[in-house]
Design a protein around this ligand. Structure first.
Ligand SMILES: [Ca+2]
Ligand SMILES: [Ca+2]
Ligand SMILES: [Ca+2]
Ligand SMILES: [Ca+2]
Length: 394
């Protein structure tokens, strides 16, 4: 690798690690709430089969478009200030030719298919309402579906009343009644879980602002009605310790995985609130002497490891730590000076070969640096440590 290329790689590395970090998902997640699902039509998750006609999103800031269309934009009064229209619209009235599978289709699910995944807690029958804007006789029909199926009960949602205004409809067009009767568009949600509410073209030029699904047969939406029913994520529990451990094979926790070796010298105690082993340095006999804890290697842990000892720095002393394998010292470390109590310090030992039955011993010392007055002397650091992290090599 020449120097230029090497520099380039280094820069790439830096950019990768300092760039903005986002964990959010792309689409809004809708869910049912108390028997209602409210969706802004413009918040669809996906659109398919859109080579001839496509739902386009309109709002106040949308520039004028370049497609056939018989009416102006209608973002005034639209819920969320935004809606979708199916364009181009080449048949706005009876005088313009019907071209099947182009400006009209009775085959639900074949053109301009929108998907809205929704989590339903309550399965069962839902009445589907659409808030739409119609200015002609051939821009007021749309199909509704669920999970890629287009049941007869949800085809041909039709809007007759309320021309030139945003209007709610849940009427199904029938041969005997082109305007349909209210509350006749329904879907059946088979079980609790995520189901995809779908919309597809019947007539081009259709304008859709909002969808409302309700289990209440008598519910009559008005104006912009309820706000979208969105899933709001709660915060996840954050990591509270071992912050710099970015990968590991196994974490041996000082308190949970080590036995406190009874060597006849001085013991560790469990400092539970700090999740650490510690030496009770109040007892003068426990000062400046090593306490020990041991772990016996299991057969499934045979192999070569990098070991990382995680200690806690203390303001009143810089404790010494040793790690030994079968009584042979393989590492010795001293905590750095710190201005902040209990911050984690990481000490590494590479190339440690472990076999079943090996004894890993961690030892530490309670010491004072003479800086923090306490009673008639100075305070002692307690040789605290939190974990020994095993990271398998190769
Ligand atoms: Ca239009
Ligand atoms: Ca049309
Ligand atoms: Ca239109
Ligand atoms: Ca809307």
């Amino acid at each position: 690798m020449n120097m230029k290329l090497r520099l380039f790689h280094l820069l790439t590395f830096i950019v990768t690690f300092t760039g903005p970090i986002t964990y959010s998902h792309a689409a809004l997640a809708h869910q049912e709430h108390s028997g209602f699902v409210i969706i802004e039509a413009e918040n669809f998750a996906t659109q398919h089969l859109d080579s001839k006609r496509r739902w386009l999103v309109f709002s106040q800031n949308t520039p004028s478009h370049i497609y056939s269309d018989s009416d102006q934009a209608h973002y005034d009064g639209a819920s969320n200030g935004s809606y979708i229209e199916l364009l181009p619209d080449t048949r706005s009235n009876h005088h313009e030719d019907i071209v099947r599978n182009e400006n009209f289709t009775n085959q639900a699910g074949t053109m301009a298919v929108l998907s809205y995944p929704v989590y339903f807690k309550t399965p069962g029958k839902y009445y589907v309402w659409a808030r739409a804007y119609s200015t002609g006789s051939e821009d007021n029909g749309v199909h509704i579906g669920l999970n890629g199926s287009w049941p007869e009960s949800a085809k041909r949602l039709q809007l007759c009343q309320g021309k030139h205004a945003w209007t709610w409809s849940s009427a199904q067009r029938r041969d005997t009644n082109h305007c349909g009767s209210p509350n006749t568009i329904t879907i059946h949600v088979p079980q609790k879980g995520v189901h995809t509410v779908m919309v597809s073209m019947r007539e081009d030029g259709f304008e859709l602002d909002k969808l409302l699904l309700t289990q209440d047969k008598n519910y009559q939406p008005s104006n912009i009605d309820k706000a979208e029913t969105l899933h709001i994520s709660s915060s996840l529990p954050e990591k509270t310790e071992l912050f710099e451990i970015k990968e590991y094979t196994r974490i041996l926790h000082a308190i949970d995985d080590f036995t406190i070796a009874n060597t006849g010298e001085i013991p560790y105690y469990h400092h539970k609130s700090k999740n650490a082993l510690a030496i009770n340095a109040v007892n003068k006999a426990y000062r400046d002497k090593f306490a020990h804890a041991e772990y016996k290697v299991q057969s499934k842990e045979n192999g070569s490891y990098t070991l990382t000892l995680v200690t806690l720095a203390e303001i009143d002393g810089e404790s010494t730590y040793t790690i030994s394998l079968n009584n042979k010292e393989i590492g010795k470390f001293i905590n750095p000076k710190t201005a902040e109590d209990y911050q984690e310090i990481y000490f590494h030992i590479q190339g440690v070969e472990l076999q079943k039955g090996d004894i890993i011993r961690v030892s530490s010392l309670a010491v004072t640096n003479g800086k923090i007055p306490e009673n008639d002397g100075t305070a002692y650091a307690r040789g605290r440590w939190r974990a020994l992290v095993m990271n398998k090599e190769n």
